[in-house]
Design a protein around this ligand. Structure first.
Ligand code: NAD
Length: 401
């Protein structure tokens, strides 16, 4: 079987590497730079080893391309393109639409189309299927299914193989073929009764994380006002063996999922006249954490940050990855600069960002730890400035949440 995977980013390349063991995979991406790298067997994604790609390329099991015509003879297509928010922070399906166009214009025989991009319930049925049919040159009856991606890039314990996978087809034939595909490289498949259930479950998983992170972020502000340690209090609560799950405070949430997916759920809720106040508020609490952190730092430093050199330590959205999408560091830096601070950042995992390079971990008036990579030495952070504020709870001997 020949499989096309549209989008060769975190999700698409990860799937390509697993599927490439069993099927001939065409990795289609419209970014020539990424495709150029992939063609030479260089992976740009944590968790996908270049050696694995090189082996697959050599065996003729993987080929990256920017050419739509290269996917014309496949049997199955997986969509794994971004589903971000637009400038008004509303769901943006333009990438999905472009992927549908590539499929519609290039595939004229019936295939199975599986969507792995995260979106609101109804996307497969009411958006993807009609879009592909609209772009198809002649009428063609594809099969359609959804299998929301749950990969957590950079994670060692859970991967494509051992993370249970939800799926549902628009028809029973689509479900059956989807099961056949994933069962080759995934241990546990969970079929649900409709694509809408799978789509909603994925959004709820990330909304659950978002509201719990917001709750603990609010709780950190409460414990600080009460003069007690948030970490000690959370550890105390966590001794309860049931009914509690520990989340830890931070400068905010980042990445392509937690800050984005709940807004997809809120948007579809409001479109159907259902309330999403809790979800919207959680999003705001997480966004406001950056201001709270900078307020605390300012208050501790004589009430003004004007002219002070501030080093933001860790700008990736989470430890041990180079991903800066929606990172909380962005807002922290913005607040600092708006208050006249002279800001630089240190993150050798990210390296360069917004045309700036990672600065040395030393010599600042103030350091704020937003993300603590394992490779960054704790003592070096403490020594980098006379005042260090840690938002991660991972650096001893500092000020913090
Ligand atoms: N990153 C995660 O941890 C994660 C986890 C679960 C689900 N998801 C979801 O998976 C989807 C993809 O996310 P990602 O993190 O892989 O994104 P990404 O930005 O890492 O990769 C997307 C890739 O798609 C390419 N692309 C964009 N438009 C295209 C088009 N029209 N045709 C071909 N290629 C195109 C981009 O060049 C990029 O390489 C999103 O819906 C996301 O919400 C992501």
């Amino acid at each position: 079987m020949k499989v096309a995977i549209i989008g060769q980013g975190y999700v698409g390349l990860t799937i390509s590497a697993f599927a490439g063991e069993f099927f001939e995979v065409i990795g289609f991406d419209n970014n020539p730079k990424i495709v150029g790298q992939l063609k030479s067997g260089i992976s740009h994604i944590e968790g996908v080893e270049s050696s694995v790609l090189q082996k697959l390329i050599k065996a003729g099991q993987y080929k990256a391309t920017t050419l739509g015509s290269d996917i014309s003879d496949v049997d199955l297509v997986v969509i794994a393109v971004p589903t971000p928010l637009n400038k008004d922070r509303e769901p943006d399906l333009t990438y999905v639409d472009a992927a549908c166009k590539t499929i519609g214009e290039n595939i004229s025989k019936p295939v199975l189309v599986i969507n792995e991009s995260t979106s609101f319930p109804g996307t497969l049925r009411n958006y993807i299927k009609p879009a592909i049919e609209k772009y198809s040159k002649s009428p063609v009856e594809h099969l359609y299914a959804i299998s929301p991606e749950r990969v957590d890039p950079g994670r060692g314990d859970y991967n494509q193989k051992n993370t249970p996978r939800l799926f549902a087809g628009l028809t029973s034939e689509a479900s059956e073929k989807t099961r056949e595909f994933y069962s080759r490289f995934c241990d546990e498949l969970v079929e649900v009764s409709s694509p809408e259930v799978a789509e909603a479950a994925k959004l709820f998983e990330n909304t659950f994380r978002q509201v719990n992170i917001a709750l603990v972020n609010e709780f950190a502000q409460i414990t600080n006002a009460l003069g007690i340690s948030v970490y000690e209090t959370l550890d105390a609560a966590n001794t309860k063996p049931y009914g509690f799950m520990k989340f830890t405070p931070s400068a905010g949430v980042g990445g392509h999922c937690i800050p984005v997916d709940p807004t997809y759920l809120a948007a579809v809720a409001e479109e159907h006249g259902a309330p999403a106040t809790f979800i919207r508020r959680a999003n705001d609490v997480n966004l406001e954490m950056s201001k709270y952190v900078v307020d605390r730092v300012q208050a501790d430093n004589g009430g003004s940050l004007q002219g002070k050199s501030v080093l933001v330590v860790g700008v990736a959205y989470k430890p041990n990855v180079a991903d800066v999408r929606e990172t909380a560091a962005e807002l922290v830096i913005e607040h600092l600069r708006n208050r006249g601070a002279v800001v630089s950042w240190h993150d050798d995992v990210v390296g360069s960002w917004h045309g700036e390079s990672s600065a040395p971990l030393s010599g600042a008036d103030i350091a704020i730890v937003v993300t603590k990579h394992d490779s960054v030495n704790e003592k070096a952070i403490v020594a980098s400035a006379p005042y260090v504020f840690d938002t991660t709870g991972r650096v001893q001997g500092t000020h913090g949440l």
